[in-house]
Ligand binder design. Sequence first.
Ligand code: TYD
Length: 132
Amino acid sequence: MQKPQIIDLPKILDKRGNLSFFENDNQIPFRIKRTYWIYDVPGGEFRGGHAYKKNEEFIIALSGSFDVIIDDGKEKNTYNLNRSYYGLYVPKLYWREINNFSTNSLALIVSNVEYNKNDYILNYTEFLSLRK
Ligand code: TYD
């Protein structure tokens, strides 16, 4: 089973401004089927609080910062994302929540599947049994 991990992205430093990128079959361990972003998050709000059966994702803080809390059913790890030149890979079957959004933060998320509400695991007890 794959593990959550920070992936550093290419960084093209330039006095005109820096540039980073990722593409299918490079940098991230899946083919991208979907891209979405989370923005205008009011102070104190959180997103997520569920796991996915098939969805894998790569999360980048394009602007500002936030915390991604990843729970494998046994332990929780918090990843503070605050730069646009790295991101967090989250495999399927990890409970994840995103919180502590800074003002004007922008979370970019790419995924290996199209949106499908049946892929969501919303019940923590069901999540724990699927982890086994
Ligand atoms: P949801 O995944 O529940 O948000 P979060 O996990 O960040 O709390 O999605 C919120 C709503 O947006 C829900 O009604 C489904 C819809 N949605 C789409 O239509 N397409 C998508 O790709 C995503 C991620 C959500």
